[in-house]
Design a protein around this ligand. Structure first.
Ligand code: PEP
Length: 245
């Protein structure tokens, strides 16, 4: 399985940042890992014209193909542009847009139908971790947002503890390992042979300074990176750590 360094710009960045990030194309020209940048939707088209070896993804898609859904973008439209991956169920979407596990599953299936790889995000809140609910929450999210219909096409899982996103607080290696092992076992038990080919990303305050340690954890196949993916040197050092892992 190829490892993946994915950047989620959220509602950040600009054409200038995009042009600066194009330096990654030269630095990681012959990369052994996949690199993906998910800019805000309005920057997808310029990003596609600027990048060739780095893939461009979206941060969300609608669950339906078309219709009266003002402000939304369908997976078909993303595919039409040449987008190859889409984040679904990021905690900011789950919390700010009250997205449920079943909506996340519908979006993931819509993406696959359009030929786009969904990156399904899961993760517990601080309250849930502190009350010992982490693995129950992860299992519930996987039960609700994964389905056997998904398994005919590639997909990715990103474990992002909500309390680690944008906070600088990273779980211990043991805590990350526990969840990633649980996810791999869940996939093996429920979806058998696809388990070995489904990348499990860790996300939440990944930086150049902690990437090596995170990528040494068993069953971590890459990262979903927020803030650090907007800066060439920061994202480049994360990609380099993944290449060396
Ligand atoms: C994210 O937005 O998915 C994320 C992990 O953000 P950060 O790396 O900034 O914590």
């Amino acid at each position: 399985m190829k490892k993946l360094a994915a950047g989620n710009w959220k509602m950040n960045g600009s054409l200038e940042v995009l042009a600066e990030l194009a330096k990654l194309e030269i630095r990681h020209k012959e990369s052994t890992v996949d690199v993906l940048i998910c800019p805000p939707a309005i920057y997808i088209q310029p990003a596609l014209s600027l990048f060739s070896s780095i893939s461009i993804g979206a941060q969300d898609c609608h669950m339906y193909q078309s219709g009266a859904y003002t402000g939304n973008i369908s997976a078909e439209m993303l595919a039409d542009l040449g987008v190859n991956s889409v984040l679904v169920g990021h905690s900011e979407r789950r919390i700010d847009h009250t997205e449920t596990d079943s909506m996340v599953l519908q979006k993931a299936l819509a993406a696959q139908t359009a030929g786009i790889k969904p990156i399904i995000c899961i993760g517990e809140t601080l309250n849930q971790r502190e009350s010992g609910q982490t693995l129950n929450v992860i299992e519930k999210q996987m039960n609700g947002s994964l389905h056997k219909d998904l398994t005919s096409y590639p997909f990715v899982i990103a474990y992002e503890p909500v309390w680690a996103i944008g906070t600088g607080h990273v779980p211990s290696s043991q805590q990350i390992a526990e969840v990633h092992n649980f996810c791999r076992n869940y996939l093996e038990h429920n979806f058998h042979e696809i388990a070995a080919n489904t990348p499990l990303l860790y996300g939440g305050s990944v930086k150049g300074s902690n990437a090596k340690k995170i990528f040494a954890i068993p069953n971590v196949d890459g990262a979903l990176v927020g803030a650090a993916s907007l800066k060439v040197d920061d994202f480049s050092s994360i990609i380099e750590a993944l290449e060396k892992s």
